[in-house]
Design a binder for this molecule. Structure first.
Ligand SMILES: Cc1cc2nc3c(=O)[nH]c(=O)nc-3n(C[C@H](O)[C@H](O)[C@H](O)COP(=O)(O)O)c2cc1C
Length: 316
């Protein structure tokens, strides 16, 4: 049996990555109901909001689901208490060291996967006792590793660094890409951008439409000294680029970013002033409509199977 399916009790080794302002209960339920693993993105939720989404999610699916917990979250202890009270069974941690909380999460009956951007971090996560690792490459949407290692180079390196079940992430929007990462040693995939642009995502329609019009090269990894983030070209990004070119200090960049930029861009659909986060894979979706999750999942599976058959026919 596939190690990711076995670990999480799911049908297909497809995880919908936790995404600020996109992955509420509707998106997570749709992915879990289609046989993948849906994750709530706690990174943009107040503790009360997380509890509300967990309750709605539990009434919308009987399939396994999880929560993404960025480890630099300010009200960590409050969130952890809610995970216990709401009997969450799967947690995907990111953006921080898994050393501090993994044992605690295990002691409360939760399985833990941790997102890494290098084989060094994969080794540390393995030592910390996590149950699975997500290797997220440079192409990915959201915050990213400083090393800029692409998925094609990262997945085989992480495969060598850990024996744990491994999910590939970054640039995966098709069944063919899923298949390719499996050839590199991954057991499954974590997909963000493609699901951020579905009907069930809580992102603003204007954000989804803008992202579905992007071409190659329309996203760039910026804010590297603050927290590397892949940004879509807009007025805000131009300000960031200008500031970085003139060597602005970290404090200046922090001030420019201000508070609530990602909410403004992704959730409120302010395409000029907001921070628009999406991965390179958006360009592969150019011109497509905003699709329901069930169609995306069916297409991923069909493409995966088609690719597998094609590859079998092409053995040299
Ligand atoms: C809009 C957006 C928000 C994201 N927010 C988070 C987050 O809160 N926590 C996290 O661990 N990863 C976050 N990510 C990364 C995804 O979980 C996922 O690993 C990544 O999108 C995979 O690459 P892809 O976008 O090429 O599919 C975000 C990605 C996007 C596109």
């Amino acid at each position: 049996m596939n190690p990711i399916c076995e670990l999480f009790g799911i049908r297909y080794p497809i995880v919908q990555g936790g995404m600020v302002w996109c992955s509420g209960w509707r998106l997570a339920a749709a992915v879990s109901n289609a046989g993948g693993l849906g994750l709530l993105g706690a990174g943009s939720m107040h503790p009360d909001t997380l509890r509300e989404h967990l309750r709605k999610l539990k009434s919308a699916t009987s399939a396994p689901f999880g929560v993404n917990l960025p480890l630099m979250y300010p009200q960590m202890e409050e969130l952890l208490q809610i995970l216990v009270e709401e009997e969450v069974k799967i947690v995907f941690t990111s953006a921080g060291s898994p050393k501090k909380w993994t044992e605690w999460l295990h002691s409360h009956g939760m399985k833990v996967a941790h997102v890494v951007s290098s084989s060094t971090f994969a080794r540390k996560a393995t030592e910390a006792g996590v149950d699975a690792v997500v290797a997220e490459g440079f192409e990915a949407g959201g915050h990213n590793g400083r090393e800029e290692t692409t998925t094609l180079c990262l997945v085989p390196a992480v495969r060598k660094a850990t024996h744990l079940p491994l999910l590939a992430a970054g640039g995966i929007a098709t069944g063919a890409a899923w298949y390719a990462t499996q050839a590199l040693g991954a057991d499954g995939v974590q997909i963000g951008s493609r699901f951020a642009l579905t009907q069930e995502s809580s992102a603003a329609e204007a954000f989804k439409m803008r992202c579905l019009q992007l071409a190659e090269g329309d996203t760039r990894l910026l804010l590297k000294r603050l927290s590397p983030t892949r940004l879509v070209a807009n007025a805000f990004r131009t300000q960031v680029e200008e500031a970085e070119e003139r060597g602005a200090s970290v404090e200046e960049l922090r001030e420019l970013l201000g508070r609530g930029r990602a909410k403004k861009g992704i959730f409120e659909g302010n395409l000029d002033e907001g921070e628009l986060e999406i991965g390179q894979a958006a360009a592969l979706l150019q011109g497509r409509p905003i699709e329901p999750v069930a169609e995306v999942m069916a297409e991923l599976l069909e493409e995966y199977r088609h690719t597998a058959r094609q590859m079998a026919d092409n053995i040299l």
